[in-house]
Design a protein around this ligand. Structure first.
Ligand SMILES: Nc1nc2c(ncn2[C@@H]2O[C@H](COP(=O)(O)OP(=O)(O)OP(=O)(O)O)[C@@H](O)[C@H]2O)c(=O)[nH]1
Length: 983
């Protein structure tokens, strides 16, 4: 007693109760006490005593014998059952004294279904526990400290009105969870909350680098808003400490919020240790850091229960981060940067590099899951206008993957991937054929236009410049004769020439000039017509088409006895494409079976309606052979030319087209040029295609040297450095130097074009790919073709294209007119090609080079022989096929057992049987054995073969079940060379 006041421990001693019990009673009576040393007034002490006297606990304390008695009242039983919470921890003696007070609310704790025996057992345990409890009657200071600070008024009022509600404060009391309390007690020495500290340590550079923190780093970790962080033990210690709180504990009681809290932390730490870098990418967003700061500030104000509830409601930052990471790595990166910039110490340089997207305040992007490469591409295109696919593209020719990608405005990789998944492996420089390119484009929903291939007959270059307009003069028409084979083109041309050229002069016409000038008297004056001599064979289609490029008027020859044929139609289309006026010469009208009207009818069906039928196509019936009506034809040509007003400016440097070119052994490169504008003179610096030259001499169609050639004239020139290609355009330059610059530039362009062409020859197409897939590896025969003139080259190429190339493909690496040179040999050696020379010779040194390099040069002057040999070479590349070759039939007439096996005594019915041949033993309709014949004897001697009508002994190592009457079929497997036809 102290001034009439009584201390709690005095009361407990007096009442033989524990301090805690007294405190509880005080709480019930709304008497404020803090600890066992707190004092109460005398009257309050009396009230406590009064309550304590009614307490069963007091009764129990005063009569310990009753503890051994089984409880009779249901309320007693309930008390015992409550003790289950404590039986596992006998060291936690202070919990035991609480039971009496709980016993006051029997309804709460009585499980009616509990068997009596269990209750008795528990009761015994309780007794022992209580016995121990009496030895340690007081709580530790630590335990007192963690006692919840829920509003006492609230609790008291609840307990007064509802005695049963006395339970909640007890349940939250730390002593009821001894182990956890222990850990909490430990934790209590660590300023709460722990999360911010751990977060901070997550960002520690030392942690990242797996080294001890430096003092500077430790200082850096101090965040003003979280002053306690610096006071805490080092991270490693925290990890160790928290790590002791195992997950099993969580499993034991998941409702324990504090432990949950720890487990969260533990979770973080374990992840920290396992995935350091990963964790660095997902620090807590600043908003959450703020939350923790608030929590710290509010500490002490909020009850643990409230904090736990709050935590339960609030998302768990770390786990959320995990989720974020899984779902969206981009978001994580951005969050990282954001939090680093606001609440974290600066990262090591290396880590910053890992986070290029550190422009913190950006809105998180959607998950992309794109490959690094795609992202790179995106980065590259970032800032540019987003690539959009075109609505449609026009494809006219094969093109590389790169070109197609550019046309489609799409990454090359997309095209490569798309084709790869279709089984077409390509690279960026590979050439796709039109069909494949179209498929790729259409897959991207881009409309593809593939207009009819622009005819080669289209006049591509306008020969007239604006400057020429003031000096225009009429020029002779350039005429091409076209038509089907044998319809009389050559005869017509010859007839015209003979009829117009004075006899005797015709012999002077140069064979290869490819053009004829014809003088015709028209409208009272002498006029000229230039005829281009174009080859008539099918293989020369390209050449003929090229001829129309320079053509002003086309003559279509149609034999009146044959009618419209495929090449007639082709000629019509070329003329139409070139927008060249067409005059039809219905030839061979002298023939009895000729029917010009039928021809007109057929031509009408092709869109050519004769003038006398109301159309606009001039048609003239002629007989080339007899020369009938040729004048009228020439007249018509000149009339049409008049209408066309064909003109050019002769007062300027020449410009025109190479009609034909070849390499003359004596004269060097020779080219026939058609001057289409200006005047060509001897001494001019000329560039034809990429070939440089200086006009040394000019020869006209009569074989006469001329000094100049005006528009529409064709001349043969000497002085070029190389053989240009037929169809190349030529220009004259003021000086040789200027000409050289242009020639060099064109040579570079031409080399690029050739490279593309050689790549094109390796082009991938759907058909070739599928053929390769079906028939195994595709083989190639590489060729270099050299011929006398361009026309021959094209004829050879055309014919080669018709050879079957399913298994063996021809790759033409080079095809040009001229001699076979050392350079050709080098190319052939490098590419394993065969050189084909047609009507041409070997330049000096070529043969030696070929011998040295082991290059095969084949020379021909007959195209069919050339084709035969190439076909043979292709067949040589075919895999031979294994075929069965029958040898003969043998009948088994006797069987002789030999050892374990048997030998067949046979008679050769037909053919022969050979040792080591293959045999097939047939019994009736069944084949009973197939294998090798191992021994063949005649009489007792081994023999190589036995012919028809002889007897023999046959043995097979794997077969001895011979039966009389068996037929042995003997055969051999032989490899036979296949032909292209059979392949
Ligand atoms: N009866 C008759 N025969 C003709 C006439 N024109 C040509 N022929 C004959 O028809 C055949 C073919 O004549 P070509 O001039 O070689 O015919 P092409 O169209 O030049 O033949 P290719 O050069 O092979 O395309 C020759 O036998 C000529 O004699 C004609 O007007 N009347």
């Amino acid at each position: 007693m102290n001034n009439g006041k009584v201390r709690i421990y005095e009361l407990s001693k007096e009442l033989n109760l524990e301090n805690k019990d007294i405190k509880e009673i005080c709480e019930q009576l709304n008497i404020a006490v803090k600890s066992h040393s707190s004092t109460v007034t005398a009257s309050q002490a009396e009230r406590v005593k009064a309550v304590a006297a009614k307490s069963p606990r007091a009764e129990k304390a005063n009569s310990p014998k009753q503890e051994l008695q089984p409880p009779k009242a249901s309320g007693k039983r309930k008390q015992q059952i409550l003790a289950i919470h404590h039986k596992t921890d006998t060291s936690n003696a202070p919990t035991q004294p609480k039971r009496p007070s709980l016993g006051a609310s029997p309804k709460l704790v009585s499980p009616p279904s509990r068997p009596k025996s269990t209750a008795a057992r528990i009761s015994q345990e309780e007794s022992s526990i209580q016995a121990k409890a009496t030895q340690k009657p007081e709580f530790s200071a630590a335990e007192s400290e963690v006692t919840p600070t829920v509003s006492k008024e609230q609790k008291a009022s609840e307990q007064m009105s509802k005695p049963a509600m006395v339970k909640p404060p007890k349940l939250s009391s730390p002593p009821s969870r001894p182990q956890k309390t222990k850990s909490v007690a430990k934790k209590s020495s660590i300023p709460a909350p722990i999360k911010p500290k751990i977060r901070s340590s997550e960002q520690s550079p030392s942690k990242l680098e797996g080294r001890e923190e430096t003092e500077t780093e430790k200082k850096k970790k101090v965040i003003p808003s979280l002053p306690k962080l610096n006071q805490r033990p080092q991270k490693a210690q925290v990890v160790g400490k928290v790590g002791k709180i195992s997950k099993e504990e969580v499993d034991e009681n998941e409702t324990e919020d504090l432990v949950d809290d720890e487990i969260d932390t533990d979770d973080v730490i374990s992840k920290t240790e396992v995935k350091k870098v990963t964790r660095l990418k997902r620090p807590t967003p600043p908003r959450k850091v703020k939350e923790w700061e608030n929590e710290e500030e509010d500490e002490g104000k909020l009850s643990k229960a409230k904090k736990a509830a709050k935590k339960r409601r609030a998302p768990k930052p770390v786990l959320d981060d995990d989720d974020d990471f899984d779902a969206d790595s981009t978001t994580v990166q951005i969050d990282t940067a954001f939090s680093l910039s606001t609440a974290r110490p600066p990262k090591p340089q290396s880590m910053q590099q890992q986070q290029p997207a550190a422009s913190s305040h950006k809105k998180p992007r959607k998950p992309s899951f794109k490959t690094e490469k795609t992202q790179k591409t995106e980065r590259q295109t970032k800032g540019k206008v987003a690539p959009t696919l075109p609505e449609f593209i026009t494809l006219t020719d094969n093109l590389t993957v790169r070109d197609l990608a550019q046309r489609l405005n799409t990454p090359e990789t997309d095209i490569i991937r798309s084709l790869f998944f279709k089984g077409i492996p390509v690279n960026i420089t590979q050439t796709l054929d039109l069909e494949t390119a179209k498929m790729v484009a259409e897959e991207l929903e881009v409309i593809v236009e593939t207009p009819e291939e622009t005819s080669a007959a289209v006049k591509e270059t306008e020969m007239l410049d604006a400057d020429d307009l003031e000096n225009l003069q009429l020029r002779p028409p350039v005429v091409t004769i076209m038509g089907h084979v044998d319809h009389g083109k050559t005869t017509l041309l010859d007839s015209i020439r003979k009829s117009t050229v004075a006899s005797g002069e015709a012999g002077g016409i140069t064979q290869h000039i490819g053009a004829y000038h014809v003088d015709v008297e028209h409208a009272g004056k002498q006029q000229q017509i230039v005829f281009l001599d174009t080859p008539g064979h099918e293989a020369f289609t390209a050449m003929r088409a090229r001829g129309t490029r320079v053509t002003d008027i086309a003559i279509l020859v149609v034999a009146a006895d044959d009618g419209v044929q495929p090449q007639t139609k082709e000629a019509i289309s070329h003329a139409k494409a070139a927008q060249v006026p067409l005059i039809v010469a219905i030839n061979k009208v002298d023939k009895p079976d000729s029917n010009p009207d039928r021809i007109k009818q057929e031509l009408t069906e092709q869109g050519l309606v004769p003038e006398d039928w109301g159309g606009d196509t001039t048609m003239v019936n002629v007989s080339a052979l007899k020369g009938d009506n040729l004048d009228e034809l020439l007249e018509m040509i000149l009339l049409v030319a008049e209408v066309e007003e064909l003109s050019a400016n002769p007062n300027r440097p020449a410009k025109g087209t190479v009609i034909e070119a070849n390499l003359d052994r004596n004269r060097g490169p020779v080219a026939t040029l058609l001057v289409q504008n200006g005047t060509l003179r001897v001494g001019d610096s000329i560039v034809a295609g990429s070939v440089l030259g200086k006009v040394r001499a000019m020869v006209d169609d009569m074989g006469e040297k001329v000094e100049e050639a005006t528009p529409s004239f064709a001349v043969e020139i000497l002085g070029l450095n190389d053989v240009p290609e037929a169809g190349d355009e030529f220009d004259i330059y003021p000086s040789e130097r200027e000409a050289r610059v242009v020639a060099d530039q064109r040579a570079i362009e031409q080399r690029d074009t050739r490279l593309l062409q050689s790549l094109s020859s390796r082009r991938i197409s759907l058909s070739t790919i599928s053929a390769q897939a079906q028939e195994g590896e595709l083989k190639e025969l590489n060729l270099i073709i050299k011929a006398d003139v361009q026309g021959s080259v094209e004829a050879i190429l055309g014919s080669l294209a018709q050879l079957p190339q399913n298994e063996v493909q021809i790759r033409t690496l080079l095809a040009s007119p001229g001699e076979v040179t050392e350079t050709d040999v080098d190319l052939a050696a490098a590419s394993g090609a065969v050189i084909i020379g047609f009507n041409t010779t070997l330049a000096s040194g070529a043969r030696q080079a070929a011998d040295r390099e082991g290059v095969d040069i084949r020379q021909y002057n007959i195209i069919y022989k050339l084709l035969d040999e190439i076909q043979g070479a292709m067949e040589g590349l075919l895999d031979p096929e294994e075929v069965q070759e029958d040898l003969g039939q043998v009948e088994v007439r006797a069987v002789f057992p030999v050892g374990r096996g048997a030998v067949a005594g046979c008679y050769v019915l037909s053919g022969k049987i050979v040792r080591n041949c293959k045999i097939r033993v047939r019994r009736g309709n069944k084949i009973v054995h197939e294998g090798d014949l191992n021994s063949l004897k005649r009489m007792k001697d081994d023999v190589k073969e036995v012919n028809t009508g002889f007897e023999c002994g046959i043995g097979a190592s794997k077969f001895s079940d011979w039966k009389e009457g068996d037929i042995i079929e003997a055969y051999e497997l032989v490899f036979k060379r296949r032909t292209l036809a059979t392949s």
